[in-house]
Structures are given as C-alpha cells and as structure tokens.
Design a protein. Sequence first.
Length: 480
Amino acid sequence: MDISRRLPRKRWTLVTAILATVAVIAALLTVPLNNASAAEPKDFKPNTTLGNEAKKGVTDTSTWPVDYKWGFLVWAGKPTAHGPNGGGDENNDVGWAWCIQPNDHIPLETTESYLKANATRLKYDKQYHNAVINLGRKMESAAVQGDSASAARYYVYLLAFLETSQIAKMQVIGTIRNNEDQYYVNNSTGEKGKAFPGVEASDKWSDEFTELTGYKIEGEVDGGRFNPLTFVKDHDIEEQPADAYITVVHPNNNPKSGAQTIMPVDQPGLPDENGGSGSNPSTKTPSIKTKAEFAEGSVRVVNGAVVTDTVTYEGLVPGKKYHLDATLMSKDGETELGTGEAEFTAAESGSGSTKVDITVKNAEQPVDAAVAFEELTSVEVNADGDETPGNETPNKIAEHKNPEDKAQTVTSKKTLTPSIKTKAEFAEGSVRVVNGAVVTDTVTYEGLVPGKKYHLDATLMSKDGETELGTGEAEFTAAE
C-alpha cells in the first residue's frame, strides 16, 4: 500500500523517522551476545591432522579404523581406502571428528555422507548447559594443545550428558567410575574389552567429573541397565554463555540414522578457554600481582624475618604446573635480601592465588624497606598457553617487578627501645618490711614485640643496697 499519497508531508516525515528508529532497534537486536554466537555450525574448519593417518581408510578389516588415543576419534573426510561394502563416502568433507554414539556405525562403515554443509547444533537437556559447554571447551582446548589424554577424558565426561543407547551410557558411566563390571563389555567375539581402549581411567575420574560439571552420578547396574541413572546437583560451576553450542554432523543430515553422529574438532560455537571461539581463538594474556606482608612474628627486615608474598594470577592454563621465583630487594634495588620459591597448579578458571615465603638472609642490620619481585615460569606451557612437551628450559610467563608498588613493599617498624617502669606498694594487709610481708610491684613496659613472651625477675633490696630482702617472678605476653 502506498501511504505517501494519503499523508501530508509533515506526517510523512514523522512516519519516516519512526520507521528509521524501528530499523535501528531491529539492527541492535541482531547483535550477537558473544564471539561464539557470531559463527554458524557450518563455519567450522575441518581438521585433517589430529588423528592417526593410518586410520583414514580401512586397510586391515581385523582392526577398527578408530584413533582410540583421543577417545573415539574417526575420519569423516575422503577415505584413503574404503571400508566393508564400500563404506566411506567419497564426498565426506568433515575431517577428524568424535563419535557421540559409540556403538553405531562409523563413517568408514557406512555409505551415508558426512558433509560440512549439513553441520548443525547438538541437542541436549538444557539443564546441563553449563556442564556440556564447559566440557566441550576443555575438550577442544586439549585438542588444540595436542593433549590427547585430557581430550579423551573430557570426551567421555561429555558423553554422559548426551542421548545415547542404554548400553553406551553404561559403558560411559562405568568408565568414569573406573568400575570393571561396567567398564568392560562383550564384543562380537564374546571376549571382554574396554569400551574406550585408548583411555586409562582412574579412581580420580569421578571426583574430577563432579568438579567440572557440578554433578554427582547416582545409579547402579541392574540387569545390564542403570536403574535409574541420575545426576545429582553437587555445586554450581561457572556460568557459560547462553548462546554457546556444540557443532555436530548427522549422516545424510539424518539424526535418526543408524550411523554415527559426529562432533568436529573445530567448534565455532564454543568460546575458547580465554574468551575467543573455536574458529577465532585468542591467546593467553597471563599476569600476576603481589601483596607482600611480614609473616607472623616478623616486624623488621632483618636476618631471620619472613615475608609472605601473596601472588594473584590470571590468564593461566587450567591444570598446568607453574613455578614462582620470589626475590626480596632493598628499596634502592642494590641488595638482594632473600629469596623464595613455590610451585602450583593453575586453577580450573585459570585465575587464583598462591603464597611464597621469603626468608631474609642478607640483612645483619634492619633495613628500612624492601620490595618483593616475582617471576612466573613453566616448563609445560609458554606465555601463549601452548604446550611445550619435553622442554627443560623454563618458559617465562609473567613477572611483577615494580619498585614503586606499595603492595610489594614491606617497611620495618621503628627500632624498638624496650623500657620498664615500676611502682612498688605494700599488698593488702602488709604495712612493714618484715618477714611475711608482701610487696606488689606494678611494672609498666614499652617497646616490646607484640605477642612475644617475657619473664620478669623482681628483687626487694634494703635501701642501702646491701641486703636482699625477698624475690619474685612473673611471665607475660606483650600486648599488641
């Protein structure tokens, strides 16, 4: 309808302005919530290098073309050799991917196609969104870093929350629990074998599963089934972006096919462990801050004193080991007064704090002020968060060496000048200095070390100083 002919120019101008405003609002509403949501599932980059090259085709029908080192990683690209009955479509272009239904046919066992253009979002129970996305992020990050053991572990944890057959669920939960009755399964030959042959489970898996997901698994095997299998909330974990998702590809774009649905290595819908997305990763930006304080019982920078430096860190790789070297320097930067060191494992969030004790060994006389310097290194990863396996020379990660930072500085208390004053009086009932009389001496002290124990010896002397008339003693702790 042409409304321009029905309205005067003034009203037409008003309508135009309103429409323009609506257009702006509509544009604002389409702004994505985070980097991950800007990408579509089909934007993933096929990975062609992660798995074992020999598993890109079927050359030996007695072994399954699966790279078990990564959990259950399969080739969904163009096959180098077709499987049984011509399995492995020539048009497959997904690359390496994880199976999410371990008992269904893998890409090299079916003629159904796996196409990048058919990539879609994984469906799962949204009450487990934080757990699923957290595990997906850690799984992708481990793959990027070449950490097959961690990737396989997170993969098994992730399967626990997905819709799979009951027998597959039993194998997954059994693996997490490291329970042999559930962990081993009968294969087609009647023999027993691991559900995930390349995975070395341990008794610690259940605890880590709960730590990373916030859930405990409850349920027992009953006639080959978990009856019932439930996840019981244990604690809250970090909130994940509401629009984050996991990319999967269905065979022939059919989720109800008898063949595997697969999860590509690259995940454009997941923010990476440092805020980017699978197709747009970000590098780590590690940093440390320190707060130096005298340890209990120390008040001056002098030999034997201990300074505790609390180091707060950000941007580290979760689960990796780091080393801190601390140096206490004189305020003028000329003298090294003492050193300390500590090792720690970065928290799951990549942020946290740890403490380093520095013992003063090079200050015979009290130093007015000193500054704590810290240097952070690691042999496991570099400053970008990339793994450095076999590296013996520590990688420099971060440092904090600001001589003007008050938080890094400890200042000696003024030189103590202990003194006491006394006031002697007869105790109640005594009026003469004679055997049996009691004299109470009230001692006032200054300049003592707070919290330290002291001993007083008192002697009552004759006025001429010649005769000791009596003695007394007392112990006390100096006031704060």
